[in-house]
Design a binder for this molecule. Structure first.
Ligand code: FVH
Length: 289
């Protein structure tokens, strides 16, 4: 038996995780569905396994970094009986429900399960700024801390395996809606021949400065106080959004990104909250169930 780390899935992210382990001198065995993707890691000293079965011999942690929840099952289900007694650390993006399902699967098969959510792009792995959220088996987190810390800052959110995923998904909502907002703006100025690259040069520092507003919104939400001084009112925000919708339509740009935000604000005003702060959007959103 050899204590070596197993890496299953060598896409852009999985390859970086394995490379960081190899660079730190950790004996590692790697496997990928498409074998070619393992060659570079083999040259860096990894043992390249031809099958998942062979990759999971040994007693070290098994790191999964696959496309999605379905691909995780495609890889682990056929070798389930060989995994008993092992630690599985899954860094594949999953929903909280999928993470809990995998944890239940792991328990059923005698596997210790830690779920991870990577808050970084592959180039950031092992560099300042990379953060990985974890939740699930605390023993797996603690025992493998040295390995996990090779990749970035390791933040643990408790034994519920879904918690890392929940935080991941919540962070990504902010990211994707920001991307969509940027592209909307780029479409507006693009009508006048402004390149998206030039627009990005101006939008980037502006958005960075606007992140300074998040703490104020958060304080209002946490205190459930939308009437406090200094808050931008829903009425003010509604007028701004109405202008943005009009300007977009005048430019021939679709308002599919903007319209839902405008509608939420209008519903809150219709419910009598127009003089309250814009952070009240939170109250509208959290009542979806
Ligand atoms: N790349 C990123 O920026 C993000 C950052 C945040 C976290 N994600 C998540 O990491 C997971 C892997 O992402 P990736 O960037 O490595 O993705 P790919 O380069 O597309 O590699 C996908 C690997 O999954 C293998 N795979 C797919 N389906 C199956 C299957 N049915 N059976 C076995 N393996 C499968 C694929 O194999 P192959 O296509 O090379 O044969 C790759 O190894 C992901 O959850 C991100 O959300 C990355």
């Amino acid at each position: 038996m050899t204590t070596r780390t197993t890496f299953l899935g060598l896409g852009a992210m999985g390859s970086e995780l394995a490379a960081a382990a190899l660079d730190a001198g950790r004996p590692s065995v790697v496997w990928n569905r498409t074998p070619d993707r393992a060659a570079a890691l083999g040259e860096r000293g990894a043992i390249v396994a031809r099958t998942v079965d062979r990759a999971i011999t040994g007693d070290g942690p098994i790191i999964l970094c696959l496309l999605d929840h379905q691909s995780v099952h495609a890889v682990i289900d056929p070798v389930a009986t060989s995994l008993a007694g092992r630690i599985m650390i899954n860094l594949t993006t999953t929903t909280p429900g999928q993470a809990r399902e995998l944890a239940a699967w792991a328990t059923e098969h005698g596997v210790t399960y830690l779920n991870g959510a990577i808050m970084a792009v592959p180039e950031m792995i092992g560099r300042p700024g990379a953060v990985i959220f974890y939740s699930g088996a605390e023993s797996a987190f603690e025992e493998n801390r040295k390995l996990l810390d090779l990749w970035g800052q390791s933040d643990y959110f408790g034994t519920d395996p879904g918690m890392a995923s929940l935080r991941d998904m919540a962070m990504l909502v902010g990211m994707y809606t920001m991307f969509a907002g940027f592209l909307h703006g780029a479409a507006m100025v693009g009508v006048e021949g402004v390149s998206a690259t030039e627009f990005a040069r101006r939008q980037t520092p502006f958005l960075a400065a606007m992140t300074g507003q998040l703490a104020g919104l958060a304080a209002a939400v946490d205190a459930e106080d939308y009437a406090g001084a200094g808050q931008q009112s829903l009425e003010f925000t509604e007028a701004a959004l109405a202008s943005l919708v009009t300007a977009s339509l005048e430019a021939g740009v679709q308002v599919d990104v903007l319209r839902p935000v405008h509608d939420i604000v209008r519903r809150q005003i219709a419910a009598g909250h127009g003089r309250q702060g814009t952070a009240r959007i939170f109250e509208e959103l959290r009542n979806a169930r």
